[in-house]
Design a protein around this ligand. Structure first.
Ligand SMILES: Cc1cc2nc3c(=O)[nH]c(=O)nc-3n(C[C@H](O)[C@H](O)[C@H](O)COP(=O)(O)O)c2cc1C
Length: 367
């Protein structure tokens, strides 16, 4: 057995995972009563559904401040390494990620914490590396918010230390720009003779290049259909230290119903009838960091924040949704981390309608 036998390396052409289920509301800023309650029991139920249906992964959001408004979307969230360890213990095959804000955790501590989760999951743990964007969260930790590319340089230094702890057998010293460490060591090593799956989530050119250079997978946002092919070409042409190409995952928000009309109506209800526009206002403000943004663009941004926190809206009939996945796959995207309004009650449509259609198109094997 090796890590290659875990689901992240399955033969499925378009891999799928649940995203943000550790946070209240998940990816949806809505007051609708069926919105996601991120209790532990609900997380375990959703994890079982994903595990039993053959989904590849569960990806939590590392969040320290909520988005305020009436619902304070993501304001209640489980710490993700602890969350992953619990879910790895409760599941059999699905891979579970922890999401770390690199600046908030010492690499020696994190290396051991990650290895512990990896052993609990018998090699099914993965790390989502977040270099950070939310200034308020840095202020809460009392940690300086470095300039954009210096944040990635810091992450690179941090990650190289962690990789050495995972692979080297003699104590070593570090004389880096950010870390001066003596006699560094750590046991046990990762569960398999390879690093846990490393993903880095970023949208900027530097963020994407960082992922290609340092991680196995890039998780990124797709803005629109028209530019995707060019964006993928840029990512694929970025030099990479290993021969194996990086895998690229998108993030999306899934609303599917038997017909497109029903899906559109439900989307309208979530966003316009029940949307938490006050939370969206706050989220838009901290995301645009006060930059002048055209009113129309701001309105689109808020709508996208309510349905999916800025991820790609996958809204339509079951057939529409599968067409979107097919298009992404053909464009070179290897999979998607998806949010659902409610990860339990919306799951049967994904399992019973979407996955079989994907199997018929060859995007996934029947499970
Ligand atoms: C799929 C995906 C998942 C992300 N998860 C988190 C997260 O859990 N916590 C967080 O603070 N930022 C998260 N981010 C934000 C990124 O880590 C990154 O900080 C942000 O995209 C800004 O980086 P950039 O300037 O390189 O785009 C995520 C981004 C993407 C695309």
């Amino acid at each position: 057995m090796s890590r290659r036998n875990t689901r992240m390396y399955s033969a499925n052409r378009f891999k799928l995972g649940l995203f943000a289920l550790n946070c209240s509301g998940g990816l949806t800023m809505t007051k609708a009563p069926e919105r996601w309650q991120a209790s532990w029991d609900n997380n375990v139920k959703a994890a079982h559904l994903a595990d039993e249906s053959g989904l590849e992964f569960l990806l939590p959001v590392g969040r320290w401040h909520g988005y305020r408004g009436e619902t304070d979307t993501e304001g209640t969230s489980f710490e993700t390494l602890t969350w992953a360890s619990g879910l790895l213990s409760a599941t059999r095959e699905v891979c579970v990620f922890g999401t770390l804000h690199i600046a908030f955790v010492n690499p020696v501590f994190a290396a051991k914490q990650i290895v512990t989760a990896d052993h609990i999951g018998k090699g099914r743990f993965g790390l989502n590396i977040v270099s950070g964007w939310n200034i308020g969260e840095f202020e809460m930790f009392g940690i300086p918010f470095k300039e954009h590319n210096r944040r990635y340089a810091y992450t690179e230094e941090w990650l190289n230390i962690v990789k050495r702890i995972w692979s080297e057998h003699e104590p070593f010293d570090v004389q880096g720009e950010n870390f001066k460490l003596k006699g560094v060591e750590g046991k046990p090593k990762p569960y398999y003779d390879s690093y846990p799956v490393l993903v880095s989530a970023g949208n900027s050119a530097e963020g994407r290049a960082f992922a290609v250079r340092n991680a196995d997978c890039l998780f990124t946002s797709i803005a629109k259909r028209e530019t995707l092919a060019d964006e993928i070409a840029v990512i694929r042409s970025t030099p990479r230290p290993t021969a194996e190409p990086a895998t690229i995952y998108a993030s999306g928000h899934l609303i599917c119903r038997p017909t497109r009309k029903e899906a559109d109506e439900y989307y309208h209800y979530i966003v316009y009838d029940m949307g938490d526009w006050e939370a969206a206002e706050h989220a838009a403000e901290i995301r645009t960091k006060g930059r002048a943004t055209r009113i129309a663009a701001l309105q689109t941004l808020k709508e996208r924040l309510i349905s999916g926190l800025g991820t790609y809206p996958v809204v339509g009939s079951y057939d529409d949704v599968v067409e979107t996945f097919k298009w992404l796959s053909e464009a070179g995207v290897n999979g998607m981390a998806i949010g659902l309004v409610n990860y339990i009650t919306d799951f049967p449509a994904l399992r019973d309608e979407v996955l079989p259609r994907m199997a018929r198109l060859g995007l996934r094997q029947a499970h």
